[in-house]
Ligand binder design. Sequence first.
Ligand code: ATP
Length: 254
Amino acid sequence: MSTHPLPALEIKSLTKRFGAKTAVSDFNLTLAPGSFYGLLGANGAGKTTTMRMIAGLLQADEGSICVFGHDVGKDPRAVKSITAWLPDEPLLYDKLTPLEYLEFIAGLWSVEGSVAEKRAEELLRWMDLWEERDKRCETFSRGMKQKTALAGALLHDPKLLLLDEPFSGLDAAVARQVKELLVEKTKEGATIVLTTHVMEIAERLAERVGIFHRGRLLADGSLADLRAQAGQAEGSLEDIFIQLVDDASVGSPA
Ligand code: ATP
């Protein structure tokens, strides 16, 4: 019997072009189950394009993506059934209440009724939305909608969570709740890939960070690895990020 568990995520030579523009170029990444990976990069660096390919929403031009051994290109349904995708601007059905929305999501994923009910209650309580469970989402603030969408993304108990800017628009207290929930999920064995422009979030949550620049992975590793790559003994992730991106930009065409 193999002692090596399947990687949660294995990406090889991933490339995506939009016309003459190469949005993602020869990206490679392997993550073990339980990892928390932060993907950083300036606007237009290729983060969302990468996440959408992993989620099976966008076809790669080259390369392969496997989620717990399932190839996204060959078996997208198997991948989707164990993956959560939270876009930066999630779509909710505004006329539904959070409970109705979660029931609807449970139906999509064929989550058994009593299991779905229990998970919906747990998630809504965790997000402090239980009291609002019968109010229509159209009356919610942006943060409440974001939390409802996150509850929906977690309802089928995914093993891989792809979260695109999950903290944008959340107030400090809500952001803390969501951070705690995500850390709890990794302790339970889930793997998280998160994009963010907030360096402090990546520094605090992610044990490993990738820096994207113009479609390429410029650097990848722990904060200590990135410091070594930047030749800085100290410095925050923000310092390192800015230095690595500046160094890469010097002399290279946009
Ligand atoms: P941001 O931080 O602003 O969200 P990002 O790193 O997520 O940026 P992407 O959205 O992946 O960046 O975009 C990468 C590049 O691919 C950009 O140059 C963008 O204009 C281009 N791009 C993305 N989607 C499309 C599309 N559907 N058609 C054409 N070009 C696209």
